[in-house]
Design a protein around this ligand. Structure first.
Ligand code: MN
Length: 255
């Protein structure tokens, strides 16, 4: 049993190491991840320049492969080159920060699982929902890692339909405070006041996107609602983004 492990926070991020240590109890783990931080890379891939695979030592002394591209590139190269096509499961994470609602379309963590689903491999994206980090707070990935191990085992025992995957978000609270795990649908998330405009030392304006999360009333049953209520959220995701109800409306246009 071989698992391809990637992320979007970069190969030296602590979340991927915590996940590797758990997944090694299930099989051989090949770590193939971006050489640097690629959060919010979305489903981008590198087409117009060459990619490099650099062998690296992880913090626990084990071997990994740093890729000079995006999380999507990591899955493509990881499956084809590093795993030589032999891969039973793709896991992406543990991301530092949630990947909920509409944010999944920005997420490199989730994009890696999307790519795995396109390439017909079972996949999990897993994130630690720590969005407002207090100074000095060291994220604890252990609960999320253990849950990912459980989900990975389930996925191997009882496969999901092709071209689907699981997006998992674990609240960043002590394990005993977690109010169970729930199956959710993708919720909504939007940001307000996204652009911070300042001037550089030469007096030219620059713009920094950050944005405040607009916390409306979360949709019950959604991933956003679950994490807000201290529950682990497990959302099944599919590749098909078609707005089926809109098809009927379009038919009225007689195009
Ligand atoms: Mn990230």
């Amino acid at each position: 049993m071989r698992i391809l492990l990637t992320n979007d926070d970069g190969i030296h991020a602590p979340g991927i190491l915590a996940l590797k240590q758990i997944l090694e109890t299930l099989g051989e783990v090949r770590v193939v991840a971006p050489e640097r931080q690629r959060s919010a890379a979305g489903h981008g891939m590198t087409l117009h320049k060459p990619l490099r695979i650099t062998p690296v030592k992880l913090a626990d002394g084990s071997d990994g492969f740093a890729i000079s591209g995006t999380p999507t590139d990591c899955v493509i190269l990881g499956l084809d080159v590093v795993c030589e096509g032999e891969c039973d499961l793709v896991v992406s994470g543990i991301n530092l920060g949630s990947n909920l609602g509409w944010d999944v379309t920005y997420s490199g963590t989730v994009a890696a699982a999307f790519e795995a689903a396109i390439l017909n491999r079972p996949a999990i994206a897993i994130s630690l929902a720590l969005d407002r980090r207090e100074d000095g707070q060291v994220p604890d990935f252990q609960t999320a890692a253990r849950f990912a191990g459980f989900i990975a085992q389930q996925l191997l025992n009882d496969p999901l339909p092709p071209h689907t995957f699981l997006n998992v978000n674990v609240p960043a609270i002590p394990e005993e405070e977690i109010a169970g795990a729930v199956i959710t649908h993708q919720g909504r998330r939007e940001y307000r006041d996204r652009i911070v405009a300042r001037n550089d030392p030469a007096g030219r304006p620059y713009y920094w996107q950050y944005g405040n999360l607009h916390e409306g009333e979360p949709d019950p049953g959604s991933d956003v609602h679950a994490v807000l209520n201290r529950q682990i959220s497990v959302t099944p995701i599919q590749l098909d983004l078609t707005a089926y109800p809109v098809m009927d409306k379009l038919r009225e246009w007689k195009i």
